[in-house]
Design a protein around this ligand. Structure first.
Ligand code: KIV
Ligand code: ZN
Length: 390
């Protein structure tokens, strides 16, 4: 692979699983973890072991089974959380403890009733505790998106000195604009003297629909890890969607980045996550939505049928999707109608298509979509004008 690698940290099993109704049992978590390993993610955040005995057991089992990825467990900046996380990870070939604390004024005052100095000390302490169990410690500065850059830089410098090897800069509330998030990452790279000893990670939430844009902006500013979930699942409006960042970096090779994720497995894993979590994917979802490769307006259909690249920047097979679809509605054109009829074995002259199109439009105006059954009815009731086919 050419260029700089962006590590993919998948948190479908932790942040994604926090979505109401998406809770998984141990068997489901293991099944998904194996598939995530298979598609090529680098780090799997398997859970939050102190949160429940079931989650502890899931992280523990996943640690035993997965050998080709780093297995990560979440903890708060609490000694017992960290010890329990370490215990759950004890069989992992490559264990990572993810620990941290809120650093914004809002979190420091409203959540902890504390001060910046006290929080700084707790941050240092939690990293030191975690380092007793593994060399791979990731620190998260929760609500970093709303944390002042100067204080954030002090925290980051101190936790790297204490032994953190990855620094997660979460935009926990999805507040930042892409240029602001990018500037935050650039500020840390330019103002934290020991920043070269750690990887900076983006963890962006989607409250304003900017999670993916913010993560990419972070990478363009120097971050080398993206935390994301399949289908963009996660707290509230969700997290950065794995399939989106993978395809953005693949489509824009000129940017000079790559990931290890196998793009043809993106649609299959999306379906698996949707099925297992019983969470439908919105039809217009980028890369994995059922309409991501559907064309329904006449102008688009005509161009697409002449050359698919006029209206598709990704071929469906590149991302494991079923294929492109020509959907027939009252906005569709003659070429789309002729194409769909031909697929059913009915070929007509241009004049026939013109006549058929009038009947088709009346039918299409009365319903949302003209189906195969409707087309067969249309063709069977039609007497061709001439026998020559188009
Ligand atoms: O959004 C967030 O800040 C988190 C942290 C726990 C990493 O999920
Ligand atoms: Zn999060």
């Amino acid at each position: 692979m050419q260029g700089k690698q962006v590590l993919i940290f998948d948190t479908t099993l932790r942040d994604g699983e926090q979505v109401p109704g998406c809770k998984l049992n141990k068997k489901e978590k293991i099944e998904l973890a194996l598939q995530l390993q298979d598609i090529g993610v680098d780090i799997i955040e398997a859970g939050f072991p102190v949160s429940s005995p079931g989650d502890f057991e899931s992280v523990s089992q996943i640690s035993r089974i997965l050998t080709d990825v780093t297995v990560c467990a979440l903890s708060r900046a609490v000694q017992n959380d960290i010890e329990v996380a370490a215990q759950a990870l004890r069989y992992a070939k490559r264990p990572r403890i993810h620990t941290g604390i809120g650093t914004s004024d809002s979190h420091i005052k409203a959540k902890f009733n504390s001060t910046q100095e006290e929080i700084l000390q707790r941050a240092i302490q939690c990293v030191k505790w975690a380092r007793n169990f593994t060399d791979d410690v990731e620190f998260y500065a929760e609500d970093a998106g709303r944390t002042g850059n100067e204080y954030l830089a002090r925290v980051v410098e101190a936790v790297i000195k204490a032994g953190a090897t990855t620094i997660n800069i979460p935009d926990t509330t999805g507040y930042c604009l892409p240029h602001q998030y990018g500037q935050k990452i650039a500020y840390l790279l330019n103002n934290v003297p020991n920043i070269d000893k750690a990887v900076i990670s983006c963890h962006c939430h989607n409250d304003l629909g900017l999670a993916t844009a913010n993560s990419i902006s972070g990478v363009l500013s120097g971050a080398r890890q993206i935390e994301c979930t399949v289908n963009g699942l996660g707290e509230r409006a969700g997290n950065t969607a794995l399939e989106e960042v993978v395809m953005i970096l693949q489509q824009h090779k000129d940017l000079g980045y790559y990931t290890n994720v196998k793009a043809p497995q993106l649609n299959p894993i999306s379906r698996l996550v949707s099925d297992i979590m019983r969470m439908p994917v919105q039809p217009n979802k980028a890369i994995v939505g059922s309409n991501a490769f559907s064309h329904s307006s006449g102008i688009h259909q005509d161009g697409f049928l002449k050359d698919a690249t006029t209206y598709e920047i990704i071929a469906p097979e590149e991302v494991g999707a079923e294929g492109s679809k020509i959907i027939l509605t009252a906005r569709s054109g003659r070429s789309a109608l002729a194409h769909r009829l031909a697929k059913l074995g009915y070929t007509y002259t241009r004049n026939d298509v013109d006549v058929l199109y009038e009947t088709f439009l009346k039918m299409a105006d009365s319903k949302k979509e003209v189906t195969e059954v409707d087309l067969i009815e249309l063709a069977t009731n039609y007497q061709p004008l001439v026998s020559e086919a188009v």
